[in-house]
Design a protein around this ligand. Structure first.
Ligand code: ZN
Length: 298
């Protein structure tokens, strides 16, 4: 064996010996078995294995033979796996919190999930579609398939969209959900935000424009809105739009400044109508009924 190779090998071996010293923990009751290896008192499994090593020359103090190398026994292995799982969980929680921060998702929607959505005959089909959309988002993303959720106030459009957002965030898939109005405010408050926002809109896997088209805007604002929608459209990544406008209102919009915006949305979003009683009215109705019962109770 050449002197260089011998010295390199000798370094590797001293590395192994050092790691052995760091990792090998000898506990009360651990014993040397018939195989000459140290065994764990608890599980009985070896904490070492014997590796054959070549001779690297007497000057290195190593004449070859067997080297005992640390290996986790059964209980150490379980503990190591538990530590790894804990570490992964901690990192996941950190990552999800970070993604939530940039998602701009409103606090009131943080707990929106498909499991706590109250299903009624009006929303059942839509919810099924939304759940499937979230669960098979990779496919939707590759097809650049978006959704246009339209319908009256309080029929659960935003809530359904938030369920999709939360599902993706929990899977560590970045998404943004906010209103165009809020995006405009962000841009107005801080000029440099515009570039940051536009760049995010171009690469975040899903963007949800909530409460779209609620008010008529100035030419300046409309230009910014067009830029926002258009940069998303051009990214080739899906968007979800929730709006109180009706589908025919959007289709028959005579004003070109608006219709060109709607055309962008129609091109990549599947329209879903949300119908039924307003959730907000329903909650008020339930409260009223509760009070009636309360008053009438003996
Ligand atoms: Zn053990």
């Amino acid at each position: 064996m050449s002197e260089n190779l011998g010295s390199a090998l000798s370094n590797v071996i001293s590395g192994i010996i050092q790691r052995n010293q760091e990792n090998l923990k000898i506990n009360d009751g651990d014993f040397v078995g018939d195989d000459g290896l140290l065994h764990c008192a608890k599980c009985g499994k070896p904490k070492q294995f014997a590796a054959e090593i070549p001779c690297t020359g007497c000057e290195n103090g190593n004449d070859g033979g067997k080297l005992l190398i640390w290996t986790p026994c059964l209980c150490e292995d379980i503990e190591l796996k538990r530590q790894e799982a804990d570490e992964k969980k901690r990192k996941d929680i950190e990552r999800i919190a970070e993604l939530r921060k940039i998602s701009l998702l409103d606090k009131k929607y943080e707990s929106a999930t498909f499991d706590n959505f109250i299903i009624n005959p009006f929303n059942e089909r839509n919810l099924k579609l939304c759940r499937r959309y979230a669960e098979r988002f990779d496919e939707m993303k590759s097809k650049n398939q978006g959704l246009l959720m339209w319908g009256n106030v309080g029929t659960g459009k935003s809530y359904a969209a938030a369920c999709i957002a939360n599902h993706l965030l929990n899977e560590k898939i970045p998404c943004i959900m906010t209103s165009i109005v809020r995006m405009l405010q962000l841009i107005q408050n801080n000029g440099s935000e515009e570039a940051v926002l536009i760049s995010r809109l171009s690469h975040i896997p899903l963007v949800i424009f909530d409460d779209f088209g609620t008010e008529r805007n100035t030419d300046y604002a409309l230009e910014k809105i067009y830029n926002i929608i258009d940069s998303r459209y051009r990214s080739g990544l899906p968007m979800i739009v929730t709006t109180n406008l009706t589908f025919s209102e959007m289709q028959n919009e005579p004003d070109i400044r608006y219709s060109r915006l709607y055309d962008r949305i129609f091109e990549c979003c599947y329209p879903m109508q949300f119908t039924g009683d307003s959730f907000r009215k329903k909650t008020a109705y339930d409260k009223f009924n509760d009070m009636e019962k309360f008053i009438e109770a003996e």
